[in-house]
Write a protein that binds this ligand. Structure first.
Ligand SMILES: *Cc1c(COP(=O)(O)O)cnc(C)c1O
Length: 440
């Protein structure tokens, strides 16, 4: 228990805490959202620089990960309309989701099969690039395919990369670091699935397992890495590079929506629903989207009923000073990627003027959504990724006040709802079958 927190006072200041404590699904609206506020911690030029760096690496990806050849060496996913899923939700819930329902397919990102293929891979690339440049092996003008060589792997093998993770970040960091030649250690929380650890070990990655949750795995990893000057620690709670890698997605979404004939402007609102763990991935994406679409994008983060860390941190303004366990929640969920008790303060503070709100979702919904998405759309997404699917339901059922406040009532038929899927493609067949067959 955290003795700095006076729960009685907190519950009276923030009435939503009580339903949260009961494990109910709730929608919190962020009164501080202010699309005109100019943030200075991160700038759009940083995002553009990240995008340019990823382009420089494209020739490396084509040789190191040939599956990216069709994407010209970029790691990107499609946006798909999920009309069958929309019809099912509307029928089951007796609601209408006005406008179009779209899915951003980051479960299918090449190389790492989750949204971590954006930020995680970007941070390791940036580190590798700066090492290679410092030692005179690389300039911006070179063909980066030269990094895919025994000589460069030998060079990188003298350096280490480490990360703490609930699973997918560890996977993405492990995969790219091992390919480049780094020595990698992944500190895995107790929630991490066995197959993710096995996959990493098969790549020669050192996996350290903890009986404790995500925060502990990160803290241990950070401590060990700090003691070693040759080691770069990918800090999921504080990293600007991770954040920027995720933010690049928004530039590409802009082009993709144009290609799909989806307008985003004063008459055509765009709603985006993203699963949130510690906040880095959804935060980076949200920052980028807000830069690209301004006030016309409305972004909501989804979290499990037992792990609403970002909602709690933002609502109370306490950020990483409060844990979901402080209000009596367990932080236990089938959505392993979202089993985070304490949010990133770095991300939460930036999100203060950006997100429209956060909502919670229960595990039984995640499980039903997983099966329906597979049966109706032939899309497999891991449980965490389904937290996004609950977003449009929450908006339609509980978000009338938000819609009205922003004068969107008349415009809802022109809306696009973009559910951001976050992981699934690397889940082994046997594990998929187990998910598809559970009774819940
Ligand atoms: C990491 C992850 C998230 C959430 O990202 P955070 O950066 O932890 O907020 C959501 N879904 C999946 C599948 C993930 O791997």
């Amino acid at each position: 228990m955290n003795h700095l927190i006076n729960l009685t006072q907190l519950s009276s200041d923030f009435p939503l805490i009580q339903p949260l404590q009961r494990g109910e699904t709730v929608l919190w609206l962020n009164e501080k959202r202010d699309p005109s506020y100019v943030r200075t911690e991160i700038m759009m030029k940083d995002v553009l620089e990240a995008e340019a760096r990823l382009r420089r690496f494209s020739s490396y990806f084509i040789v190191a990960f040939p599956e990216t050849t069709v994407l010209n060496g970029l790691i990107e996913s499609d946006i798909r309309e999920i009309a069958e899923m929309k019809a099912l939700i509307e029928g089951r819930r007796a609601i209408e989701i006005p406008g179009r329902l779209l899915l951003k397919c980051d479960h299918a990102l090449p190389v790492a099969g989750s949204i971590k293929a954006r930020g995680g891979i970007y941070e390791v690339l940036k580190h590798a690039e700066s090492l290679a440049m410092e030692h005179g092996y690389l300039t911006e003008k070179d063909d980066y395919a030269l990094l895919f060589s025994d000589k460069m792997r030998e060079f990188f093998s003298h350096y280490k990369v480490a990360v703490g993770s609930t699973g997918n970040l560890g996977l993405s960091i492990g995969i790219i670091s091992a390919k480049l030649g780094f020595e990698v250690t992944v500190h895995m929380s107790a929630d991490a699935k066995e197959w993710k650890k096995e996959h990493l070990r098969s790549l020669g990655v050192e996996v350290k397992e903890y009986k404790a949750d995500y925060s502990m795995a990160v803290e241990q990893g950070r401590k060990e890495a700090e003691a070693d000057p040759m080691c770069h620690f990918v800090d999921d709670e504080n990293s600007k590079d991770l954040f920027l890698g995720y933010a690049v997605a928004a530039l590409r979404v802009k082009e993709q929506l144009i290609a799909l004939n989806v307008k985003v402007d004063g008459d055509h609102p765009l709603f985006v629903y993203i699963p949130c763990g510690v906040g880095g991935a959804p935060g980076g994406v949200a920052y980028g989207l807000q830069q690209v679409f301004g006030e016309h994008v409305h972004i909501f983060f989804g979290e499990p009923v037992q792990s609403p860390c970002m909602m709690l941190g933002m609502m109370t303004g306490l950020h990483d000073k409060i844990s979901v366990t402080d209000i009596g929640l367990t932080n236990e969920t089938e959505a392993d990627g979202l089993a985070v008790a304490r949010p990133s303060k770095f991300v939460g503070s930036i999100m203060e003027t950006i997100v429209s709100g956060c909502y919670t979702v229960d595990d039984s919904f995640l499980c039903r959504s997983l099966k329906a998405m597979f049966e109706l759309e032939n899309i497999f997404m891991e449980p965490s990724a389904h937290a996004g699917v609950f977003g449009p339901i929450q908006l339609v059922s509980e978000g009338a006040e938000y819609v009205k406040k922003h004068q969107l009532t008349e415009k809802m038929d022109n809306a696009a709802h973009l559910v951001w899927s976050t992981g699934g493609n690397m889940v082994p067949e046997a594990v998929r079958q187990a998910y598809l067959q559970t009774e819940k």
